[in-house]
Design a binder for this molecule. Structure first.
Ligand code: FS2
Ligand code: SF4
Length: 540
């Protein structure tokens, strides 16, 4: 196997024996084969659009399957076998439709015919992995993989938006165009660079759709205090990013003496009016994804993983962790639709929390609507020099010790500066009381990684208010990355021309020295150093 799509990749170069995430070589090969099937399906979808043929099932399948291969989503070989077979079947059916419409779907002989057995599929996958072409130019490989990982992240956003009824064919058309392009051996460096930035552009649209979907369905988040302790009683823990799953769990567990808690990236959900209206939606339990082996054994109820990031479940909670949606782990009970009866039954059967405990609280709900409703105050505070600088300290968390940088950075931010945050990296500092400046909290949680669009809108509106570009605002981006949604967001920031981003804890292994050089020259992107040095460099 070879995989270097995430930040924790082995030795900073690539996982070759087994994934640091727990991905086994057979699953890695199946994911490679699924991606290959998707690329081939995309080629036919591109030909279809030229002939006026689009297929909603193919569109939905493409983003679901790409999302399935994102880090820490699905580790179950059987699920990938089903996806590979479905992808190949959709390709055959679509090719027929395209032909019937007068289009040219290409040669069927070139299509992948999935092997009959698991071993056969794994062998097929091993032939189409990242390093399948030993002759490929390292910079082309780097840009091609940046596009693929950007598409995986974008697909996650498009899939979340689709679940809540928001779609745009332009997004699907681009996903198909980009995946099909990865099969084109003739593309030059400039074409690849262009495709990288267009991936960022389309990701912005996908994030916009998701923002519309979330706020249109559940209202704009409002500032909300979330307890970190527990209420005496039965309990369900919901992790991941899927708001629809959370809503259904809340609706189906209502009036049953169960309290619902968020875990990880679900924390910001407490701010949505359409979700906080449930009186048994109580509080938040635990911290970021990489601490689940420590935190889940102590939760006295079932746990539902709605999306990334799942880790190998420990023996002690294997019988009460459930996967939902695209998440999979061999042997873990999967909820195939929105019927959470088994989860509720498990909660009722388990002891729950024996007493109330108080572990303090945190504030959420500082998404674009809240922050921009006090834009006048913010602008006045900057003009009156009460606020010197804004820092967006955002992105993923992970297990590496180098991620303490982000905790220390926030601790060292001077008292006249404001910290905006989003995604699971915030668990490094989310419970710190940084106080206020002129009635504005100094630490504001914009939301999940899925809400990066909200932060982009805040930055854009502030730039408008000051009559300058985002790059000229007193704003610095200090980002942490881990998986491919972070890659997609980074490509969007580059597409928007945002300069001088600080990125850590390490730079992506898939960026070749040549590509990194271009990013440094054109965008001033740089690795984090130390909190002291970076703060000094930013604030002067
Ligand atoms: Fe965090 Fe994990 Fe949010 Fe990423 S919970 S690293 O895949 O999606 O951010
Ligand atoms: Fe390794 Fe990350 Fe790939 Fe898992 S997703 S195999 S940890 S590079």
């Amino acid at each position: 196997m070879f995989c270097f799509q995430c930040e924790q990749t082995a030795k900073g170069t690539g996982c070759t024996q087994v994934g640091v995430c727990g991905k086994r070589p057979d699953v890695a090969a199946l994911q490679d084969l699924l991606l290959h099937v998707l690329k081939d399906l995309s080629r036919v979808a591109v030909a279809g659009r030229k002939a006026g043929v689009t297929d909603p099932e193919v569109n939905a399948f493409t983003v679901e399957a790409a999302f399935s291969t994102l880090t820490n989503v699905d580790f179950d070989p059987e699920r990938f076998v089903a996806l590979i077979r479905k992808g190949a079947a959709l390709r055959r059916a679509l090719a027929e439709k395209v032909r019937a419409a007068g289009g040219d779907p290409g040669d069927d002989a070139e299509a992948v015919v999935p092997a009959e057995t698991l071993e056969g599929l794994v062998a097929q996958g091993e032939r189409v992995g990242i390093k399948a072409d030993p002759e490929i130019d390292p910079d082309i490989l780097s840009l091609r993989e940046a596009v693929v990982y950007g598409i995986k992240g974008l697909s996650a956003y498009a899939d979340h938006a689709r679940i809540l009824g928001r779609e745009d064919d332009e997004v699907y058309a681009f996903v198909h165009e980009a995946l099909a392009a990865t099969l084109d051996a003739e593309r030059g460096l400039d074409d690849w660079l262009d495709l990288v930035l267009r991936t960022g552009k389309t990701n912005l649209r996908a994030m916009e759709l998701l923002d519309e979907a979330n706020t249109g369905t559940y209202g704009h988040p409002v500032p909300t205090r979330v307890p970190l302790g527990a209420r005496k009683g039965k309990a369900i823990l919901v992790s991941g990013h899927d708001l629809k799953d959370l809503e259904e769990i809340l609706r189906q567990s209502e009036g049953k003496g169960i309290y619902v808690y968020t875990h990880g990236e679900m924390l910001p959900c407490h701010g949505y009016p359409g979700l906080k209206k449930y009186p048994h939606f109580y509080g938040h339990y635990g911290t970021a994804w990489q601490n689940q082996a420590k935190e889940f054994p102590l939760f006295p109820g079932p746990i539902v993983m709605t999306t990334n990031c799942i880790q190998r479940p420990m023996e002690s909670y294997q019988d009460r962790i459930f996967t939902r949606g695209l998440v999979g782990w061999p042997g873990v009970r999967h909820i195939p639709d929105l019927d959470f009866t088994p989860v509720i039954a498990k909660a009722l059967e388990m002891p729950g929390f024996p007493e109330d405990t108080d572990k303090g609280s945190v504030m959420v709900g500082f998404a674009r609507n809240t922050v921009l409703s006090v834009a006048d105050k913010v602008v006045a505070a900057v003009k009156g020099k009460a606020i010197r600088h804004f820092f967006l300290v955002a992105g993923c968390d992970g297990a590496k010790p180098g991620r303490n940088y982000y905790t220390e950075f926030v601790e060292k931010v001077p008292a006249d500066c404001v910290v905006l945050t989003l995604a699971c990296g915030k668990f490094r500092f989310f419970d710190k009381d940084l106080g206020e400046i002129g009635g504005l909290p100094r630490l504001m949680d914009v939301g999940q990684c899925n809400d990066a669009y909200s932060a982009i809108r805040i930055a854009g509106a502030l730039a408008d208010a000051f009559g300058c570009s985002v790059n000229d605002l007193p704003l610095s981006l200090v980002l942490s990355w881990y998986e491919q949604k972070a890659v997609a967001i980074l490509l969007t920031l580059l597409y928007l021309g945002i300069k001088d981003i600080r990125l850590g804890p390490t730079l992506p292994a898939f960026l070749s020295p040549g590509v990194l050089d271009v990013l440094v020259q054109r965008f001033g992107i740089r690795p984090i150093t130390t909190p002291e040095d970076d703060l000094r460099a930013i604030l002067g």
